[in-house]
Write a protein that binds this ligand. Sequence first.
Ligand code: HEM
Length: 208
Amino acid sequence: MRDLIARKRAQPGDDILSELIAAEEEGQRLTEDELVAMVFLLVIAGFETTLHLITNGARTLIEHPDQLERLRADPELWGSAVEEIVRYRGPIHGTKLQYAAEDVTLHGETISRGSPVMPVLGAANHDPRAFEKPEEFDIARSPNHHLGFGFGPHFCLGRQLALMETRVALEKIFARNPDLRLAVPASEIEIAKMPGWHRHVSLPVTLG
Ligand code: HEM
């Protein structure tokens, strides 16, 4: 990474690393360590998340053949279908730790100033106070104000890219393999024990 940074410093290109190197605010630029940390964040935040959204989406559509039929009949619905996959079975279920800036009472629980909090996005996305029939997977759900990409100042930087990549991947997978199905009973599919994530250890499928 340091070699690449040195090369891009010498010869900037039309790419995100060159932009980060050139970025300047009040005369300050990112240090080399900050650049390396930012690139790692982009690679991890931008790769594993989308990979697992694609997997979660493939499983969800296989398990809801009626919704898959609707998509085949009306491909315009792919946009809202991917949003619904993020709500129904998104890969990120918790944010990074956040710290209360002041004492706050929510639903009778007091969180004191400075305490760490991890909002559970997965629970919010299935909250019956926010979503009608939250356990129903509806590819045309509207409105769909889910929190699968977070909320506020740390809202996901890569939302648009993730939605586009997932749409392209799932559309192609199901077009090329119209009989895609699970290769093992659903009860045998293992979900990784990883706090904050909802991801499969593997998803065995039969291409048909
Ligand atoms: C399915 C795909 C994705 C999901 C579900 C997702 C989800 C999230 C969530 C929930 C957060 C907020 C974390 C928090 O508040 O602690 C976040 C932040 C972030 N995401 Fe994503 N993400 C996805 C894809 C991507 C992609 C493709 C990129 C970049 C190419 C990306 C870059 C980032 C970055 C840089 C942040 C941190 C923003 C900050 O702290 O200011 N994400 N993402």
